[in-house]
Design a protein around this ligand. Structure first.
Ligand code: RUB
Length: 319
């Protein structure tokens, strides 16, 4: 048995350590890595080639559990690999990965147009974490000539809000950065909360960066609509058959460093740190899920999920 291609191992490592992060970006990178494995595989039989790709897919799959775009990307790319020879398999694999990556880009642009229609000239949005899907809605609104301002939540522990702030600033959107716990205070100045999704469950629950659900509850209390920008690659087909979405628990080092731990933890047994990366926002707190297929009330997303995924939850990374 050969190892996966070094680029696949590097991509898997980058996803695990969050050098590559955000659901759509992870999906794009996974498809790209499969293409490299396909191009560079020295398999001398169709069976060996398929086994090479399966192992690459498994390596990628095992990096982060919550972003369903990752297994969905692997499913989409591997479903279109066909042929009786290594050459045919290789060509269809490379083309399938490229087609998937093209569709990912187009879907984001399309959902941005839909989300932008919800935003009016002069609106203030509040963001959480860094979501390319959510930001595509703001970008499209700016491109339509609307003046949009943003209140950007820092998003502890990894502060992905800083990426959002920089991106928005580069697009000419005036940004005010706040710490997470200041969100409620600023909601009175906000017209829309705009967030992304790592996964969307069949009941319309939105799984996104930890803190999204608290923000949504506060926004509902203040009467501020909550829009979720999410390509259909974020729909979690396993939830059609009763499975729940696994929430990733990350290392406590992201919350507390060694020096701090040393200082505070006189009694290590009496001091625990937990670091869940995502949480679940129930559908009743979400006004609209904006996809490349239009906008949906969260409770109706199951219809789209059935149409796109049926009951097909193939796991091509398994032996
Ligand atoms: C990122 C996050 C993003 C979603 C959607 O978490 O929660 O909101 O992944 O992102 P992390 P996108 O930083 O832990 O990956 O819209 O870009 O797919």
């Amino acid at each position: 048995m050969t190892d996966v291609h070094p680029d696949v191992a590097d991509t898997a490592d980058d996803i695990a350590t969050m050098e590559i992060r955000g659901a759509a970006t992870i999906a794009d990178a996974a498809a790209g890595a499969l293409a490299v494995q396909a191009r560079e595989s020295d398999a001398d039989s169709p069976e060996a080639f398929r086994e090479d790709l399966r192992r690459a897919a498994k390596t990628l799959y095992e990096t982060r559990p919550t972003a369903v775009s990752l297994p969905n990307a692997l499913r989409f790319v591997m479903a279109d690999i066909e042929g009786d020879t290594v050459r045919e398999l290789r060509e269809t694999a490379v083309e399938s990965a490229a087609a998937f990556q093209r569709e990912l880009d187009q879907a984001q642009a399309r959902l941005g147009e839909v989300g932008a229609n919800r935003l009016r000239d002069g609106d203030v949005v509040m963001t959480h974490c860094h979501s390319t899907d959510a930001l595509s809605c703001v970008k499209a609104a700016v491109d339509q000539g609307k003046h949009i301002e943003a209140i950007v939540k820092e998003t502890r522990p990894r502060k992905q809000g800083h990426i959002t702030a920089e991106q928005l600033r580069d697009w000419g959107v005036p940004v005010t950065m706040i710490v997470d716990s200041a969100a409620r205070r600023y909601l009175d100045e906000v017209d829309h909360v705009v967030v992304g999704a790592d996964s969307i469950a069949a009941d319309g629950s939105v799984i996104n960066k930890i803190g999204t659900s608290g923000l949504a509850v506060n926004a509902r209390d203040r009467g501020v609509p909550i829009m979720v920008g999410a390509q259909t690659i974020k729909l979690h087909p396993d939830t059609l058959t009763g499975h729940t979405v696994e929430i990733e628990m990350r290392d406590e080092d992201e919350v507390i460093d060694d020096v701090e731990r040393e200082r505070i933890q006189g009694d290590p047994d009496g001091f625990a740190v937990e670091n869940p990366a995502f949480d679940v926002t129930p559908p009743r707190y979400v006004d609209a899920i904006v996809t490349e297929r239009g906008q949906f009330p969260p409770e109706s997303i199951v219809v789209l999920m059935r149409e796109l995924f049926g009951r097909d939850t193939a796991r091509p990374w398994e032996a």
